[in-house]
Design a binder for this molecule. Structure first.
Ligand SMILES: Cc1cc2nc3c(=O)[nH]c(=O)nc-3n(C[C@H](O)[C@H](O)[C@H](O)COP(=O)(O)O)c2cc1C
Length: 329
């Protein structure tokens, strides 16, 4: 017995090592009842209707897809130029160009249903009725995991919908009444107190919130002495907005119970982790996939590697970790 002891000890050590390594990292998260295999989604408007880039990215690897925003009637969007590059980011003024809900259910929806990745349909309207009617049509269809209400677009008075609290609440309540799937409210970050606004979406019945849309901005071409966007002003996204969006998530996380999709400037797996530490259950990536759709896979891969390095066994463990940890600095 004594003679074989060293080998015995070695084999035990080896087995423990094997067991430790075989404990699989669980990347999945549950968001308002929707299971995403990993927390990285594509953000609305930066990945078409969600299936067109299948040749460039294996869609099955994504946590989920948020479609380009659709409206009741088709929209041409704004005049060109609608995009301008700025330091560490970009401006856009697409103006909700889309084919309208009826055409959406004829083709894109059918194709999305074949992908086997949860998809969320983004919806906008200028009135409560437009939101409700669009969701009514979508509610007759199968396969949709959730509705994301783009509440950052202008209403009939050209005000941003979520800047009018009673209109925003009516939109959420109206849609909740008829939607068969969870409803996520996507907010503009241009507000005095994002936590109050997030709380108002929760009180109106939203199942989740996306923080945040683009930041109001503009840029001027000094060569031509003209604005760089046809509408003069537009929305800023990309790496430069990340710290502001992380703060939105952190602030909202203190006041709401519904889950948060963190969005704004995520370019790396580390960025995604930052949003989750601040309180996001999932993240959505926009501008980085416009730079290269392959960035989405890099973000997922980096995210996984960082959790492994830190010996964290499941993605959901890090949600809001910053809030519960004692800050000693
Ligand atoms: C070209 C472009 C088009 C967009 N279209 C939409 C849209 O249709 N609906 C929407 O809710 N957000 C839209 N967004 C905002 C993004 O979904 C996202 O909230 C924002 O870009 C911040 O994320 P990012 O910094 O990762 O790009 C768009 C952004 C860009 C850059």
């Amino acid at each position: 017995m004594v003679k074989f002891y060293p080998e015995f000890k070695q084999s035990i050590t080896f087995s423990i090592f094997e067991i430790k390594n075989s404990m699989k990292l669980n990347l999945s998260v549950n968001f308002a009842g929707i299971k995403f295999k990993n927390p990285v989604l594509v953000a609305s408007g930066t990945f078409g209707y969600g299936y067109e880039l299948a040749d460039l990215v294996p869609l099955k690897k994504l946590g989920g897809i948020v479609t380009k925003t659709i409206t009741l009637e088709p929209r041409h969007g704004n005049l060109q130029p609608r995009i301008a590059e700025v330091a560490s980011g970009m401006l856009n003024t697409i103006g909700l160009q889309n084919i309208g809900v009826k055409a959406f259910i004829e083709e894109p929806l059918e194709k999305l249903n074949k992908i086997e990745v949860p998809f969320i349909v983004s919806v906008a309207g200028a009135t409560v009725n437009e939101y409700v009617e669009t969701v009514k049509i979508l509610s007759r269809q199968n396969g949709i995991s959730a509705i994301e209400l783009n509440l950052s677009c202008p209403n009939l008075k050209k005000k941003i919908v979520c800047h009018d609290l009673s209109l925003m609440s009516d939109v959420i309540k109206g849609v909740k009444k008829i939607s068969k799937v969870p409803v996520i409210a996507k907010l503009s970050p241009l507000v005095t107190d994002i936590s109050e606004l997030a709380l108002a979406t929760q009180n109106a019945g939203a199942d989740g919130v996306t923080l945040a849309n683009t930041y109001p901005a503009m840029a001027i071409d000094v060569e031509t002495l003209k604005p760089r966007l046809s509408t003069v002003k537009g929305g800023m996204s990309g790496a430069c907005v990340k710290p502001m969006s992380v703060r939105c998530v952190y602030d909202a996380y203190q006041s709401i119970k519904i889950p948060i999709v963190g969005c704004g400037g995520i370019m790396t797996g580390e960025d995604a982790i930052e949003f989750m530490l601040a309180g996001a259950t999932a993240v959505s990536v926009g501008s980085a996939s416009l730079v290269s759709p392959k960035n989405l896979l890099n973000i997922i891969g980096e995210f996984e590697n960082i959790l492994k390095e830190k010996n964290i066994k499941s993605a959901k463990e890090i949600v809001g970790m910053l809030n519960t940890a004692k800050n000693t600095c």
